[in-house]
Ligand binder design. Sequence first.
Ligand code: NAD
Ligand code: UDP
Length: 323
Amino acid sequence: MAATVQQNFYKGKRVLVTGGAGFLGSFLCERLLAEGAEVLSVDNYFTGRRANIAHLVGNSMFEAMRHDVTVPLFVEVDAIFNFACPASPVHYQFDPVATTKVSVHGAINMLGLAKRVKCPILQASTSEVYGDPSVHPQTEAYWGNVNPIGPRACYDEGKRCAETLFFDYLRQHKVAIKVMRIFNTYGPRMHENDGRVVSNFITRALRGQPISIYGTGTQTRSFCYVDDLIEAAVRFMRTPADVTGPINIGNPIECTILDLAKQVIEMTGSSSSIVFQQASQDDPQQRQPDISLARSSLEWEPQVALERGLEKTIAYFERQLRN
Ligand code: NAD
Ligand code: UDP
């Protein structure tokens, strides 16, 4: 059953976006401003860039604050989107202890803030809570298959612990929580050097460099375009308090990494070759969201086909590499 959506929910509200200068956070800030909200972006610029929000600075409804969310924050807001956390394996493994801290201490601080000001808080969780899944496609009821001591654990277990905290703050303190499990999302403003597959393949193809596939390329992912993800986040926050999630958000159309490489080469008209390298440790072999819950509770499903999203992302990186 679809939840009643509160129209004009954001108009005049003060909304905090942690990780607001990041890839997803910057699009979210933009969208919330368009919805009539006053937006406070909080970011320590670890992986985010001021360039992502430069076009918003000067808007009297927007404010950018440099702050590390592992440190408590005292502001007065009406809603919180907790997006602060490096998301690419290269970035989150660069300083794994900091990754666990931002996931866990960041969640505690932002939940504490939500508790004090009595506002709803949405967590950007991840499909990584499912680890290398033995259930396919993944439903929210699946508890996951995560290696707790591997190189991905700082992120996977950090995000799992954050989910635990969210549900304990709901049970113990009645905080209005929303937990969104995001599956691989791509688009303009991804960091050129973040090592994620879409940005890596496109930048290498545009430069005519070999495209590296880790493993055999038979591992799968399901890629969601950023606009679809932001639409889901905005809808989720507007739902009544009893819609807590977790809700999977992603595009259920699955493709192999090898097919993605071939598609990027074809779309860029590149002369790049494909080379196979050693597989990454604990690399999930398949990933596809079951989005039945998002369909019914948010009346949401992805609208942007992979080819269209890749076109826009390729155009973005072409501009970036020209400068
Ligand atoms: P991103 O790296 O572009 O954005 C993360 C932002 O958080 C950056 O601006 C970074 O500077 C900021 N940040 C990191 N540590 C911080 C700290 N201690 N204090 C304040 N700010 C801090 O990544 P993204 O893809 O935009 O991801 C945003 C959120 O969505 C993350 O929480 C991520 O785990 C989640 N997510 C993303 C994806 C995806 O495919 N993009 C998938 C699943 C989950
Ligand atoms: N990958 C790859 N070559 C690259 C970057 C990534 O083959 O240059 C693979 C990676 O091993 C994984 C998939 O692409 O199987 C998605 O990787 P990404 O880092 O984008 O995200 P995640 O593993 O977190 O889903």
